[in-house]
Design a protein around this ligand. Sequence first.
Ligand code: NIG
Length: 422
Amino acid sequence: MSGILIENIKQLVQVRRGHQEGASSACSGKDLNTLPCINNAWLYIKEGIIDDFGLMETCPYKEDIPLGTRVIDARGKCVFPSFCDCHTHIVYAGSREKEFMDKIRGLSYREIAARGGGILNSARLLHQTSEEELYRQSLVRAREMIGFGTGAIEIKSGYGLTVEDELKMLRVIRRIGEETPLEVKATFLGAHAVPEAYKGRQEAYVDLIVEEMIPKVAEEGLAQYADVFCETGFFTVKDTERIFTAALKHGLRPKVHANQMDYSGGVQTGVNYGAITVDHLEHTGSEEWDVLAASDTMPVLLPGSTFFLEMEYAQAREMIKRGLPVTLATNYNPGSCPAGNMQFMMTLACLKMKMTPEEAINAATLNGAHAMDLSSRFGSITVGKTANVFITVPMPSYEYFAYAFTSPLIETTIINGKIITL
Ligand code: NIG
């Protein structure tokens, strides 16, 4: 038998004993502020799974360590469950730092996009890049995220915008799931922007998505979800409804980029179509929050892009007050958030959206997992869940993680019960 015993853990974070302690459900409203922890703990990992844990004084392995067990002394250190990042766009070609310069000179995200920059710029680059090279570039980002403590991610297509290139992206996403230890969920986002070839013919592009892209994606089993950028200047509520109708028909559950730049109606449309999440939500108020409160759809906040685009932050406190299961993700992408570090997202959540560290950790672990239909296996320290955890450097408490926001605080990463060397 081979296992890993982590002993003398200063704080074992996000410990949930089972269903009754919310291990496989989302954490909502005031419950977000409860983060169950054990001080001075041990954790035993066996065959890739969390086998047991508890207080050091009750550790059955103190004297009698099972043969072949690797023992890690975590004195002074915290152990967290790996982050579950439910909104990323890490499969892309090249980068867009030239647009960063335009931004510094005063152009907005929408103005850059209207000049043929933005998503269309990434689509051009992706078209010129071979599938192998696209995989190589994306793998660098996936590995970077593992180093930041992430163990499960959702990745979207949406820089292809042709049948061929969307499928190319989705195959790369599948390969990341096969060839890295990350748990990967794939989202088809053909409706990310109207491609140049369809300029002025948006409806015809939506026809292509509905009639060709979605059936092909579903037939090849390349995605679990279908997303739409429902936003003024991108896709309308009517487009979104057409796309979600086709997605549901083909077994893809909706998700939506909603209310990022405007009150787009995206939240209501997402909820009407049973979306698993509605993401961004910088422009929301009582109307949207009430609709969400009466649904099972989760609100996903992406403070990294709000920071990078210098916008007003989503009102997390109001959403929490209304009992919503607020979730955090990075939105790692080349345009609005070239960063995949959940530690920084948690810092932004705390400072800019006034979430507590406990709320931010719940939002980035358990709720992130639930937002990808993964909470039965990921997102907390629970017996029987996949052993995706990280051990920090010595630090005073879990609050330090969001506080010391540029310090590399992760010392050891364990995914599927294996220590990862990057
Ligand atoms: O979530 N808003 C749409 N999609 C991304 C940005 C993509 C890009 O600019 O490349 C976002 O912010």
